[in-house]
Structures are given as structure tokens and as C-alpha cells.
Design a protein around this ligand. Sequence first.
Ligand SMILES: Cc1cc2nc3c(=O)[nH]c(=O)nc-3n(C[C@H](O)[C@H](O)[C@H](O)COP(=O)(O)O)c2cc1C
Length: 454
Amino acid sequence: MSTPRKQVILGAYLGGVNHHTAWWHPEAGSQIDFSSFEHTARTAERGKFDFFFLAEGLILRERAGQIFDQDIIGRPDTFGVLAAIASVTEHLGLAGTINATFNEPYELARQFATLDHLSGGRAAWNVVTSFDPFTGQNFRRGGFLDPADRYVRAEETLNAVRALWDSWSADDIVADKASGRFLARPDAGKFEFSGRQFDISGRFTVPRSPQGRPVILQAGVSPQGRDFAAANADAIFSPYGKLPEAADFYRDIKARAVAAGRAADDIKILPSASFVLGDTEAEAIEKYHTIRNEQVTGQTALILLEQIWNRDLSGYDPQGPIPDIEPDPDAPPFIQGRAFIHQDRFATVRRLREVSEAKKLNLRETVIDQFERGPIVGTPAQVAQRIDDFVSGDGSDGFILGSHLVPTGLDEFVDRVVPLLQDRGALRADYTGTTLRDNLGLPALRSATVPVDA
Ligand SMILES: Cc1cc2nc3c(=O)[nH]c(=O)nc-3n(C[C@H](O)[C@H](O)[C@H](O)COP(=O)(O)O)c2cc1C
């Protein structure tokens, strides 16, 4: 018997404010208006995507004490947006990035269980721990966790959240025909959880949700982050969209999952990616270069490098060479409030210098070359083939796709690439599962259908 064809998992990422989004474009819309969220989500559902995905920024980014221009636009709260999207979609998963460092398990469990109920089993939590202490200043306890403790807290938070979700079983509410009332079993919702961070007990207010446990995603690439994900996550939002890093990451995570006693297929790897389409390959490449040139202005290039150098680089010429000074990791952070994924600043600087020299690129060109999300560029047929080949070749299990254009950027992917993926048998023609967990092909948990026969 032949093995079933590996399916491509697709998430739709609606960008916040960053250098990937083309705010200058005549068709660019708001990233605050509900119509933008609605349009992208409905388009993703039309394309049979697995889920809609929101990142989270709990702080406005600052550079040398000034808010980044684009951050003034801000970000709305994830749960409000996802709940509203639940009401205008039927099958699409709803994934929210929510920090495990600053939130309490009770609130998290309640919010995700509620979203799971409202959406009929489509909720997913992307667990992040946050990189910088500035986010913490907004919260009661401040920026209080060392990097080494963040995943300890995340794991304990997740365990507590699971204990809360599991405090109701599927048959905890019964319809009592004699009295005509709904009755809860005596232990329904009872929980007790003790750990280093939390000591909580009581009754959880939200009965078991359709997925029982909403789907867990993770984003974070340190060794601790990888182990945490391998043991706990159903999927990873990965920054590695290019080979060979993507395949290395894929192998590494699947091996860690197996070492943690899980099946390799129980955890899905989903890199962030963008795409650019053209009628011909040459047209797509030209369009891609135009977009990159407009995304990464000289000033943006300097800001992106300041994250790595942790210094003011505004005196450098974007048309000149890569700065010859070394990073200053021990100085107070120069850029605040950005997710930082370069583990070793000095190694990153060395790599940038090598690329710049080998390819004869100036500072800005090097940033354009190096700071991208593994864009998939070509005709619709080429893009469909590259996605399919990448996934079949275990570069990933799918992609979380973002477009430079909010909110209409996904339209042409759904109109032109999705049918080709479907023709190849790599993407569903229609949703088959009832929950996000089913659609992702994850191991089933106990269903929570409440047996009410009125
Ligand atoms: C692809 C990717 C996306 C991320 N998105 C977010 C985000 O939306 N919000 C956030 O607070 N942190 C985000 N992070 C950072 C996380 O907070 C992560 O926990 C942080 O990088 C520290 O984990 P690490 O040391 O394992 O990398 C992201 C990280 C990666 C790799």
C-alpha cells in the first residue's frame, strides 16, 4: 500500500507593523480595522487554510527612546480580534500568540477555552516567552524573569492551563430529565495545581471545550525553546524558511520530540514565509526586488542592524560597508520591544561581513539579502511546486504565509496557487475535520460533546 501524500499545512499571518508590510502601497489598508482581519481570514478560509495567525506585541517598540514611526499605529488585543473572526468564518483555525511570562494560567485557560467554545473547536495558542524585560514594565511584576527561567515558567504555565482545561470532562454536564435541569457532576471543574510559580486551586468556570485542549504552537529557537516545544507543542512557528537551516531545524525538532516520547509526526514545523507571484518568473523576480527595495530603506537597514549591534548606527552610510565596530551586547538595549532571534551577535556580524564581501554588497544591500523570510518567488505553478517540494522533502510540514500587502495580499495566492496545490493533491479540496486539531491531523483528544438530549 502506498503511503498517503504529505499534505501542506497553511496558516495565514496578518502582519502587525514591521518592515515586511508595504504601508506605502496604494492598496494598503488598516491593520486595526476589523475589515482587514475579516478580509484576510475569509480569504484564508476560501483557500482551505488551516488557520489564521496573529503575532503579539505587548509594547510599542522604541529606538533610543523614540517610538518607531509605524508602531504608533499599534496592535489590538488578540482575543477580541479572534473572537470576532470566529463569527465570520466556519472552519478556519484561530491562532493567537500570547505570552506565558506575563499572564496567569487561570486567565489563559479561560480565554482559550472560551475562544474554543465560541469557534466550535478552532482555537490555538502560540506560546511565547518574550525576549526583553521592557515588555515586563507594563505588568505588575515588571520584567522579572531571566532568560533561563522563562521556559520554566512557560512549562509550568502550560501544565497549569492543561490542568484547568482537564478539570471538566466531556460528560460533566448532564441533562436531568426528571427535574428538567442541567446538572454538573460533583467534581466538575475542580482543580488543584502546585509548582514553583503557581499554587492554585478551586473550580474552573469554563466547561470542557470542543477540542478539550486547544492546539499549542510555540515560537522561539533557543535550545530551551526547542526542548519545550518538542515536549509540549503541536506545531512550531519557525523562522527557518530556507534550506539547509530549515531541514536542520526540522530534523532537530523531530528528534527532540521522539526523545521526549512522542511520535515525530505529532509536532508540525511551520516556517514563516512570504511569496511574490508573476505571470513569468522574470516578472516575479523583478516584483520581488521592487518590494524588497521599498521595504528596506536605508534607515530601516540601519535599524535592523542596530538590533544586532545594540548600538546607535545612525552615523553610518547605508550605501557604505557594514560597520567595522563590534556589537555591544552588555550595554542597555538600544532597540526595545522586538523579538530577538540572533543567539550570538558576534557570529551574526561575522556572517553579515562575509556575505557583504563575497557578494560585493553594501550595508543596505546586505540587509536586503539577509533579512528576509525565505520568500517564495515565481509563477503560480513554480510557487505551488516549491511549496509542495519543500514540504515533501521535509523542509517543513507547511508554512505560515504573510504578504507585504494588508489586507488583500493573500487574494492572489488563494486565486492562483491554491488550485494548483489542490490539483497536486497537496492541499485539501475541502475541510474534512470539525476542529482545528482534526484538520491539522493531530492525535485526537477526547471529544467534549455534551450529551444533552432535551
Ligand atoms: C518566528 C518567531 C516569531 C515570534 N513571534 C513573537 C510574537 O509575535 N510576540 C512575542 O512576544 N514574541 C515572539 N517571538 C519571540 C518569543 O517571545 C520567544 O519566546 C523569544 O524569541 C525567546 O525564545 P528563544 O530564546 O527560545 O528564542 C517570536 C519568535 C520567533 C522565533
